[in-house]
Design a protein around this ligand. Structure first.
Ligand SMILES: Nc1ncnc2c1ncn2[C@@H]1O[C@H](COP(=O)(O)OP(=O)(O)O)[C@@H](O)[C@H]1O
Ligand SMILES: [Mg+2]
Length: 249
């Protein structure tokens, strides 16, 4: 799809993991506009996580042009990551992690605080707002390692939101969440997209998607096999029709 003034622009991108004998992403071109809601589908191993990490400047791009939030990803990944939130797939904290929920959310501000500045009022306000958005003020002083996987996912989302990102990349954020949490996070995502944040989400859960047009991008074997807009209720069908059978749905 063509997008004018994209916030994410990938052109003929090849990404290779170190030591791999062929590129994991091959000839990917994708433009995403401000405020778009994009669902990435496709089977395990298709390259969905690799695509998010490429956008975020975490993997070596061997060929092609990648510009995210006006920054060149090749060579300026740090600046890209200041403006992009990224929720990792299957990340959980060690039970002995010595930080509370509010400390973990405050860490989201470090990119903006700078290493040697003490957090100020603005930082604590951003933390408070993020805790509120996720409805987790009640666990703010609990040690992060002692929470459930779903609670930890919410905290990590709050950590990302505390940085006021322009783009939010979410890698299977619903995998540990129950139906109620999924509904409330989807409502939050709708709100974020409505406020102009671009959301790119890898997911196999298509219930309760925000009630707005959804851009569906399906990947197979390191390539984009489908890229179209559809109604939120059609997303599952569109991805299935593209030949993808989510094995871990
Ligand atoms: N760290 C890595 N080193 C080498 N190959 C990897 C690494 N991570 C993923 N891959 C390979 O890249 C391909 C795409 O993986 P991934 O992006 O994780 O797929 P998905 O998220 O769609 O399940 C797979 O073939 C996988 O084995
Ligand atoms: Mg993945």
């Amino acid at each position: 799809m063509t997008v004018s003034d994209p916030v994410i622009r990938l052109e003929n991108i090849y990404t290779a993991y170190e030591g791999a004998d062929r590129p994991t992403l091959a000839d990917i071109s994708l433009s995403i506009g401000k405020g778009e809601f994009v669902v990435i589908g496709g089977p395990n191993g298709a390259g969905k996580t690799t695509l998010l990490e490429t956008i975020n400047g975490m993997l070596p791009i061997t060929h092609g042009t990648a510009v995210v939030c006006g920054q060149n990803v090749r060579g300026d990944g740090v600046h890209v990551r200041c403006r992009v939130g990224y929720l990792l797939q299957n990340f959980t904290f060690d039970p002995l992690t010595p930080f509370t929920v509010e400390e973990v959310v405050l860490m989201g501000r470090f990119g903006m605080i700078g290493l040697f500045r003490k957090p100020g009022r603005e930082d604590y306000e951003a933390v408070e707002k993020a805790l509120q958005l996720l409805g987790i003020q009640n666990i703010a002083t609990r040690p992060i390692g002692q929470l459930s996987g779903g609670q930890q996912q919410k905290v990590l989302l709050a950590q990302n939101l505390a940085r006021n990102p322009e783009v939010l990349l979410l890698d299977e954020p619903f995998s540990n969440l129950d139906m109620f949490a999924r509904e409330s996070i989807n409502a939050l995502l709708a709100q974020l997209v409505g406020s102009g944040i671009t959301v790119v989400i890898v997911s196999h859960a298509f219930d309760d998607l925000p009630d707005r047009p959804v851009r569906v991008v399906v990947m197979h074997d390191g390539k984009i096999s489908l890229d179209r807009e559809c109604h939120p209720a059609e997303v599952g069908q569109v991805i299935r029709n593209a030949g993808s059978v989510p094995r871990d749905a």
